[in-house]
Design a protein around this ligand. Structure first.
Ligand SMILES: [Zn+2]
Length: 336
């Protein structure tokens, strides 16, 4: 009876119904990235009553997250709690019937199989293309649907990828974008935008879990101009290296930028074939922190870290020996 009362409003929604609720209750969902999008998705999945929620995140809560990351509080930032752990604690208070598994880790080719196995659906809460291509490889290989989402400034988009049925990420974007990309750190991001995109992704997730086909179009939203658009996605590419030829280069790690410990208290990220426009990057970063640059490199101080970025995309991050932290800083400030 208690269960009935808790979910009665969504069970009464006819396209979902009791059968849909039963499926949602049995579902195992992974959320990769528990920031702004991920914390909305996680809360919606927990409130909707999924069976298991696996939260994968490599970051710690910071004060600058609180403007849009709805699961976190000032005390989480003060204690610099891992986002996955802070989120799991909050979610257990929202719905104690959901099994929540916090995983404090960077999703990598070496752990993707373990972390994404026996999962019915993956929600993209990441902020970088490298991880999204890895999710795409893992999802296509095991035939698991995943919901892409991205948000910067006031503009974002989402679309559902059903392996074998819809275009996959590599059908749509064969390769990651080159050069400097705007990030939430350099271009900012609005809470209403991330809440909107996270909610739209969550609606697709509930539809898929309940057994209905998701919205087959790409939805784009600009919460500042108010423009919302539906775009027909391209058809599946019959020559797609991922979903047609099943060549999973991101999952086997051959596309992953090598990372190594570099001296004392520093990590080197040496991306290949990713030339950067240092002038543009210096201008972007100069808005948020002191930057020194020349034609070969730029250096930005982000206390307690110092990033030195080279024109070929390589970077040395001082102030940490943790590869996950270094990758995260690189993704946030240089783009992924
Ligand atoms: Zn494809």
């Amino acid at each position: 009876m208690e269960i009935d009362a808790r979910y009665s409003r969504q069970v009464r929604f006819e396209p979902l119904g009791e059968e849909g609720q039963r499926k949602i209750g049995a579902a195992r969902v992974a959320i990769v990235g528990c920031g702004a999008l991920g914390s909305i998705q996680a809360e919606m999945m927990a409130r909707a009553g999924v069976g298991l929620l696996r939260l994968i995140d490599r970051d710690f809560v910071e004060l600058s997250n609180l403007q849009r990351q709805f699961l976190f509080e000032e005390s989480d930032a003060r204690e610099a709690l891992p986002k996955a752990a802070a989120a799991a604690h909050r979610l257990s208070e929202i719905n104690s019937a959901v099994a929540v598994e916090p995983i404090v880790a960077d999703l990598t080719p070496s752990n993707a199989h373990e972390l994404l196995e026996k999962i019915d659906l993956i929600l993209d809460g990441t902020d970088n293309f490298e991880t999204r291509y890895l999710i795409n490889d893992a999802a296509v290989r095991s035939g698991v649907p995943w919901i892409y989402g991205a948000a910067v400034g006031s503009y974002g988009l989402k679309f559902a990828i059903l392996p074998g049925q819809t275009a996959c990420l590599r059908c749509i974007y064969p390769d990651p974008p080159q050069g400097t990309q705007p990030t939430c750190e350099t271009a900012g991001v609005l809470g209403p935008l991330t809440a909107t995109i996270g909610a739209l992704q969550s609606a697709d997730a509930l539809k898929i879990l309940a057994g209905s086909p998701p919205v087959a179009r790409i939805t784009t939203v600009d919460v500042w101009s108010g423009e919302i658009r539906q775009i027909e996605p391209p058809a599946r590419d019959p020559t797609c290296p991922c979903c047609a030829r099943r060549d999973f280069v991101y999952l086997d790690g051959s596309r992953r930028a090598p990372v190594s410990l570099c001296g004392r208290n520093a990590v080197q990220i040496h991306e290949r074939a990713r030339p950067l426009d240092l002038k543009a990057l210096a201008a972007q970063l100069g808005l948020i922190a002191p930057v020194r640059s020349n034609e070969f490199a730029l250096r930005v101080t982000l206390d307690p870290y110092e990033l030195t970025v080279f024109a070929d995309g390589r970077a040395i991050i001082k102030g940490t020996t943790d590869i996950g932290t270094a990758r995260s800083l690189y993704a946030r400030y240089v783009g992924a």
